[in-house]
Design a protein around this ligand. Structure first.
Ligand code: NOJ
Length: 693
């Protein structure tokens, strides 16, 4: 077994070193990125694979977990750790070594096409999940790749736009989930396509070199996003270590006129860490020991996951525990937004299940995180299996066109089929939907958005005729439940006309089973909102200077006032606030007490006659300091607790230091009195206690 990395580096020829920092094609065709290794010195090949919702090895199947945003909605990082470990085992089963996950960019723009792959608008919540996912993946000897470093918060013009953002905002909001990953020992960091303050992230000496490597002490390798490398010398000297995929792509006919669509990086631009790097070392513009450092970092991770050992433990694929976990994360991440008492459904309820996609599981959004599961449960199958009464079905309106990054590439035959459908033939009819709703005890309407990598949504309204469908069904049955399946906030104009609203995000392969479990109350809806839902025009990014930006510059001049930090500080009212979500049970909170430096304790009692799950949240309100504009409150901790009827639990909340701190050339905690608010969301405070700093 090789452990002497320095000795190995000394034995490598320059060509061999270059082959360890510039990707090439995987001969098996399954990996998203590939290094051939150095057979002469027993350095094995290295395979990198997408992605955050499950393993996307080309042509292969794997467990399709819910969207990352759904995982974060559980507010329970332990589940994320389990998901990370399961994905690690599945990566090993597919003989992959590095997983291109987790995606931890802050949800700044509600329209962003990749929000479903990200965690939250809040840096403390996002950091807790970043840490847990990294921990889980790496506990199974797979290199986690935290992405996309940093300020990749929109897909529009993603390869050219500059996020113009001040240092305080970067430090307080956008960098923490990456720092958390580094603290958890992440092996790899992927740079973003975009620029920050004018410099491409792959060339960003300050953020990659000074902050990530020098200040945080990151010892793994920094990998480019695919075709995201802009320069050889700039990137090498900034601290980039590995170019992916390293080989050009494009139309087969090289003479063909081809314009790369917005959001798709120029695939003909590749191999910058091949010969051009050798030339740059020869002419002295990149120091030779920089190449050694790159190689050392890559080999170091290969050694860490045991690639130089005689054998690696087998992986695990589509096991019962992975299937169960995919289902549990979906139920635990499902958010009950409104409920007038119609839910949970009685066993013998006659249900009308309505919507254009009730016959297919909603796996995820489009792009590099698309998964192909071994099996999936459609909403119709899930409800039919569980229901004691009848389940009538109607599609009502034409299907909502799904969008995928892969469809944007004319020269790629994606064979793309995001969600497998078993819908019957024939045209859907609104009249049938209304008739089914009228005849049923309860109408359940499923509605979805359509999001993908490389495109942002142009509106938060539900696409197609879905609002019309909900209105028509609600007019026919006053016990109408709307189940949203979205990659972030959507508009709910019919909210007052329906009996319940559920947010199921993209539930993954367990879709229908998880849905039935929550609707019938077998599982309490355990999710809370990791992002604020608000009317489209009230987000600060509805100013086009901020999003999508002008002249390729997106001004982040709202500073730290993203998400609830904005809605708390002005007159704009959210539709559903950050942290919101009902349980089927009811909870009473005792007094909060301070039990440590930054630890608060309280009792919570389930006063309902059924079991339930509460997510107890703590927010910190800082003291006023002259001349400093701070959010009213910052999320600091949460604990998800399951309580039986009448049971009282003690909840211990360890408040994150970030919620107390602000950045002004360095970190400061102002002295004074901090009010800790404990409650059920950012705007439902049940107990307060003061803490001096
Ligand atoms: C581009 C995406 O931004 C990144 O998340 C993904 O891992 C790579 N493509 C590889 O597919």
């Amino acid at each position: 077994m090789v452990t002497d990395i320095d000795g190995l580096v000394a034995d490598l020829s320059r060509a061999e070193k270059l082959a360890l920092v510039c990707g090439t094609n995987d001969p098996d065709g399954t990996a998203t990125g590939y290094l051939p290794g150095v057979p002469r010195l027993d350095v094995p090949p290295f395979r990198l694979v997408d992605g955050p919702l499950g393993i996307r090895a080309e042509g292969e199947r794997a467990t399709a977990f819910p969207a990352t945003l759904a995982t974060a909605a559980t507010f329970d990082p332990d589940l994320a750790r389990e998901q990370g470990a399961a994905m690690g085992r599945e990566a090993r089963a597919h003989d992959q070594h590095s997983l291109l996950a987790p995606g931890v960019n802050i949800v700044r723009v509600p329209h962003c096409g990749r929000n479903f792959e990200y965690l939250s608008e809040d840096p403390v919540l996002a950091s807790a999940f970043s840490r847990a996912l990294v921990d889980g993946i790496e506990s199974e000897n797979v290199v986690a790749t935290v992405k996309h470093f940093v300020a990749n918060n929109q897909e529009t013009h993603r390869t050219t736009v500059s996020a113009d953002v001040d240092e305080r905002t970067l430090r307080e909001l956008y960098l923490p989930p990456f720092r958390a990953a580094v603290e958890a020992g992440v092996g790899s960091v992927m740079t973003a396509y975009n620029r920050v303050n004018g410099t491409h992230m792959s060339d960003h000496a300050h953020l990659v070199g000074d902050v990530l490597k020098d200040e945080w002490g990151f010892s793994g390798y920094v990998v480019s996003d695919w075709y995201g490398l802009e320069t050889t010398v700039g990137a090498a000297n900034a601290g980039l270590d590995l170019e992916m995929p390293g080989v050009p792509s494009g139309p087969d006919d090289e003479d063909e006129e081809f314009e790369w669509p917005d959001g798709i990086p120029d695939g003909s631009h590749a191999g910058l860490f091949g010969e051009p790097l050798a030339a740059a070392i020869d002419d002295g513009s990149v120091p030779a020991d920089r190449l050694d450092d790159m190689v050392r970092r890559v080999l170091g991770q290969m050694a860490r996951i045991g690639l130089f050992a005689d054998s690696r433990p087998d992986g695990e694929l589509d096991s019962q525990r992975h299937r169960d976990l995919a289902r549990d994360i979906s139920t635990r991440g499902t958010v009950l937004l409104d409920n007038d008492g119609v839910l949970p459904l009685a066993d013998d309820t006659d249900v009308a299940l309505i919507g254009p996609h009730i016959h297919e599981a909603k796996l995820g959004g489009g792009g590099s995180s698309e998964t192909t599961p071994f099996h999936s449960v459609s909403p119709v199958d899930g409800l039919t299996e569980r229901a004691g009464g009848t389940v009538a079905t109607a599609r009502g309106i034409p299907e909502i066109e799904s969008v995928s990054l892969f469809d944007l590439l004319p020269f790629v035959d994606s064979g793309h089929e995001n969600d497998a459908s078993s819908a019957p033939d024939g045209d859907p009819s609104l009249d049938d939907a209304v008739a089914a709703a009228e005849a049923a005890d309860v109408a359940v309407v499923l509605a979805r958005d359509a999001t993908t990598e490389a495109r942002d949504r142009d509106s938060l309204a539900l696409p197609g005729q879905q609002d019309e469908l909900v209105e028509a069904v609600a007019a026919a049955n006053d016990r109408t439940v709307v189940v949203l399946r979205s990659g972030g906030p959507v508009e709910t104009p019919w909210r007052d006309d329906v009996a319940a609203v559920v947010e199921q995000w993209y539930p993954g392969q367990a879709d229908g089973a998880a849905l039935a479990s929550v609707l019938y109350g077998d599982s309490d809806p355990g999710g809370r909102l990791p992002v604020t839902f608000a009317p489209e025009g009230s987000y600060l990014t509805s100013d086009e200077r901020r999003f999508p930006g002008e002249d390729d510059v997106a001004r982040y001049d709202e500073g730290v006032f993203v998400g609830y930090r904005h809605f708390d500080s002005g007159d704009d009212e959210p539709t559903y606030p950050f942290g919101h979500g009902h349980s089927y049970a009811t909870f009473e909170y005792g007094d909060a007490t301070v039990v440590g430096d930054a630890t608060v304790e309280l009792s919570v009692r389930n006063v309902a006659d059924r079991p339930g799950r509460d997510v107890v949240q703590a927010y910190v309100r800082p003291p006023a300091v002259d001349g400093i504009d701070r959010p009213v409150r910052e999320f600091a901790a949460a604990q998800s607790v399951a309580l039986d009827p009448g049971e009282t639990g003690t909840v211990t909340l360890e408040l994150d230091e970030l919620a107390f701190s602000r950045y002004d050339e360095g970190w400061t905690v102002d002295s004074g009195q901090y009010r800790v608010e404990v409650g059920r969301s950012s705007s439902d405070v049940r107990a307060t206690v003061d803490l001096d700093r």
